[in-house]
Design a protein around this ligand. Structure first.
Ligand SMILES: [Cu+2]
Length: 118
């Protein structure tokens, strides 16, 4: 329900004029709030606009705020997608922090969490 409300609000914001071509999160894998039995080996984020991979980042932090990703975010198979690889991580809650620079050089950022179940 919270997710549906968020999508509705996000859709309303995107529809509201003036339509700004900033890169916001469109889709993430794992998704925000996901509870997974198998630890993901990468975080993949698709944005609403094409992003500059060299100036954009994805960080993954564990519950102790320790950075656990491989620190090499790279372009995905589409100009709107960024991917960062992960080592095999133990159960716990992880925070994904993203900073994106869209091709029009506008900066956006956000974060979300997901959990790996024991
Ligand atoms: Cu923009």
């Amino acid at each position: 329900m919270v997710l549906i409300r968020f999508i509705l609000v996000a859709a309303a914001l995107l529809a509201a004029p003036p339509a700004l071509a900033h890169a916001f999160l469109a889709q993430a894998s794992p998704s925000a709030g996901a509870e997974l039995l198998v630890p993901p080996r990468a975080i993949r984020i698709t944005f609403t606009e094409a992003v500059e991979p060299h100036f954009s980042s994805i960080e993954v932090r564990d519950a102790a705020d320790k950075r656990v990703d491989t620190t090499n975010p790279h372009a995905g198979d589409a100009p709107k997608t960024l991917v960062v690889d992960l080592p095999k991580l133990p159960p716990g809650t992880y925070t994904v922090i993203w900073h994106a620079i869209s091709v029009d050089m506008h900066k956006t950022e956000g974060k979300f969490t997901y959990s790996v179940l024991p």
